[in-house]
Design a protein around this ligand. Structure first.
Ligand SMILES: [Zn+2]
Length: 389
């Protein structure tokens, strides 16, 4: 039995619509996964994520939860789902990317990565084995292998060294993962008819902007064998055209019968463009982070709520959005809240932004199913260009 199933419903060009069945429920794809870094999707309650936005899956960050509150606290609560009060699917990253983004504070060896905790300055060590152990204690439904993320501008030689290390770490991740599953370390284990009840493990394709290395990483990762495959190491400061070159080249060559996940991407237009190249899953901090800094994503482009032009504007953030914020509040009111430093400004903007991302993906799925994706893509992009800031 498998930990998850992926069923492809429809295909329109390279764009795919399908359903991932996990031990904690079904996820229609293409899907956007809100990021819940420290056990919370910042600025929004779980009730709203569930009932209003109907998010089917959210992310947790291994690095952050491992350092604080620590796995003992989460284990004693009975796993991350119970600790945070979320019973739908959860995906956890491996911690590799957070350690990578610490830059000079880390030291990489064959064994793993040594770094200083941003919480208390203590020296910590993260390896494939430690990452798998932490993710088993968290009990997430989808686990990511521990990888090394080479900088976007890394040379061919440096990138090759890095992705070979990533392949060895992927193999070690899989061995440790299987040992932990058999040993009962997974706190989220849940028997569901037709599924194994264990966690699922996704491999990560690296290779920065070097297409030949991306291809080699894809082959090495598929040879090890995972439940799903991710493209990592993009959206780390490289040119957008390079990102799409990589996705163009790699996504259609990823196994057809497994979910394809583009990590850390991106804006609404990035999501639509990556779907057109065959990607099924996305996560990004943009809707929540930008919500906190006064920026709204709308169907006609980005809107900065700080701008004086909204002072007396009685229109909603987005006239074609049906979210509870757009049904109730005006730009003028949201601007007033933001300018007054009211916390409700962040909450309402975050809510709308997530609604916009999730609605966009709903539209994407419908259009793929009805064979209208090219038209959806054209109209979506056309509207954004019409009035974007
Ligand atoms: Zn809205």
């Amino acid at each position: 039995m498998e930990p998850l199933r992926f069923k492809l419903d429809s295909q329109d060009g390279e764009a795919r619509a399908g359903i991932i069945t996990t031990r904690r429920g079904q996820i229609e794809t293409p899907v956007f996964m809100p990021v819940g870094t420290a056990g919370t999707v910042k600025g929004i309650r779980f009730e709203a994520l569930e009932s209003d936005l109907d998010a089917k899956i959210i992310l947790g960050n291994t690095y952050h939860l491992w350092l604080r509150p620590g796995i003992d606290v989460i284990k004693s609560a009975g796993g991350l789902h119970r600790f945070i009060g979320w019973n739908r699917p959860l995906l956890t990253d491996s911690g590799g990317f957070q350690v990578f983004s610490l830059g000079a504070l880390r030291k990489i060896s064959e064994e793993g990565t040594e770094f200083r905790s941003h919480v208390d300055g203590s020296l910590r060590f993260l390896s494939p084995e430690v990452s798998m152990e932490v993710q088993a204690s968290l009990g997430s439904d989808i686990v990511m292998v521990f990888d090394e993320c080479a900088p976007g501008e890394a040379s061919h030689e440096e990138t090759e060294r890095s992705l070979n290390l990533t392949a060895r770490w992927a193999q070690r991740s899989k061995i440790a993962f299987e040992r932990l599953q058999t040993g009962g370390a997974d706190t989220g284990r849940l028997e569901v008819e037709g599924l194994s009840g264990t966690q699922a493990l996704f491999g990560i394709i690296q290779g920065a902007g070097h297409l030949d290395l991306r291809q080699s990483s894809l082959e090495q990762t598929v040879n090890i064998g995972f439940d799903g495959y991710a493209i990592g190491g993009l959206s780390v400061g490289e040119e957008k055209s390079l990102m799409f070159e990589v996705v163009d080249e790699i996504a259609p060559r990823m196994p057809k019968d497994c979910p394809r996940y583009l990590m850390g991407v991106g804006t609404p237009e990035d999501l639509v463009e990556a779907v057109a190249r065959g990607v099924d899953m996305f996560d990004c901090v943009l809707p929540t982070r930008n919500g906190r800094t006064g920026q709204a994503f709308t169907s006609t482009g980005k809107l900065n709520i700080k701008n004086a032009q909204w002072t007396n504007d009685s229109r909603p953030l987005d006239e074609s959005c049906r979210c509870s914020v757009c049904r109730r509040h005006s730009r003028a009111y949201l601007r007033h809240l933001y300018m007054s430093g009211e916390m409700l400004a962040s909450i309402l903007l975050t809510h709308h932004n997530l609604a916009f991302f999730l609605d966009t993906m709903r539209g994407v799925r419908q259009s793929i199913r009805s064979g209208d994706f090219p038209k959806f893509r054209r109209e979506f992009t056309g509207r954004l260009d019409a009035n974007g800031e």
